[in-house]
Design a protein around this ligand. Structure first.
Ligand code: SAM
Length: 286
């Protein structure tokens, strides 16, 4: 029979900017536990001081998690209650803690997660992009080749895709999204959520790039990229409205330009329209 322990590990999300986003329950637990495992002592101290909480902090970051998690498991086995926090948002989501949680499960130590702030989910909720099927991909890889390979593998991903990104790479990443996915794919950049300069901006990838380039303050701070999923538009699904736009433009413009403008106006994948146009051309209708 496995042994059960009375120690508990609480996973406690903390605000991603606005300190008022902490929950009552998170505050109670941060007050009541025997110790708090933190990613950065100074960072968590600012939060605790703001709420007048004093507690014992133990540093556990990606560099010492393997060893420190063993020490924390020993404390949990003795019956201690420990809260796990990261610098901002939900621990584990691109933050340390997973090794500790795995060890808790192996050792039959109870893990209690609290709901709370998470940049990915908060950004998704405001994106206006269909979000009941999504995949979270964490940070886009920093190496161009690996980033491009990943993006290319996601070209036909039908779920909404969420990435974390930094101000240092955002322009390069959007360029790669244009190249590897589609210049017309709808993207939302959710930046500095819950903070003073919060902005949520959505447009087709090529327009997002122009928009970002126009003002460097548009890509300062922390950000989430949300990419609309791939939509296979069948010829039969080209609505009358789309075809009317296309046929009107085609009277004055080249086939390529008409397809491009129509797909931008109606936010559709240009390939289906191309297929339609090529077919009509071979029928000598266009
Ligand atoms: N665990 C955190 C969470 O639950 O969201 C994520 C930590 S990860 C190390 C940090 C990244 O999250 C940032 O680089 C940015 O992509 C995103 N992020 C965090 N806070 C944000 C905010 N206020 N606005 C937009 N993105 C944010």
């Amino acid at each position: 029979m496995n042994e059960f322990y009375i120690g508990i590990l609480y996973i406690v999300p903390t605000p991603i900017g606005n300190l008022s986003d902490i929950t009552y329950r998170a505050l109670e637990i941060l007050k009541d536990v025997h110790m708090i495992a933190v990613e950065n002592i100074r960072h968590t101290n600012i939060l605790l001081q703001h709420f007048n909480i004093k507690n014992h902090l133990i540093l556990m970051n990606k560099d010492n998690e393997k060893k420190q998690s063993d020490n924390l498991i020993e404390e949990l086995k003795k019956g201690k209650k420990i809260a796990l926090v990261c610098n901002a948002g939900t621990p584990i989501i691109n933050d340390p803690g997973n090794i500790l949680i795995k060890k808790c499960h192996i050792s039959n130590i109870k893990v209690i997660p609290l709901p709370g702030p998470c940049a990915a989910i908060t950004a998704l909720s405001a994106s206006g992009i269909i979000n009941n099927r999504f995949c979270y991909e964490g940070f886009l890889p920093s190496k161009k080749k690996i980033r491009c390979d990943l993006l290319s593998s996601l070209k036909e991903e039908t779920r909404t895709i969420i990435f974390y990104e930094t101000k240092y790479r955002i322009l390069e990443s959007i360029k790669d999204i244009i190249e590897q996915i589609d210049e017309n794919r709808h993207i939302v950049i959710a930046r500095e959520i819950t903070k003073k300069w919060e902005s949520i901006y959505g447009a087709q990838a090529s327009l997002i790039l122009q928009w970002l380039k126009a003002d460097k303050y548009r890509y300062k701070g922390e950000m989430v990229i949300i990419i609309d999923g791939f939509k296979k538009l069948k010829k039969d699904n080209l609505s009358k409205k789309i075809l009317d736009t296309f046929l009107t433009l085609r009277k004055f413009l080249s086939l390529k330009t008409s397809v491009l403008i129509t797909s931008q106006i109606h936010n559709i994948n240009k390939n289906a329209l191309y297929e339609y146009a090529i077919k009509k051309k071979s029928d000598k209708i266009l």
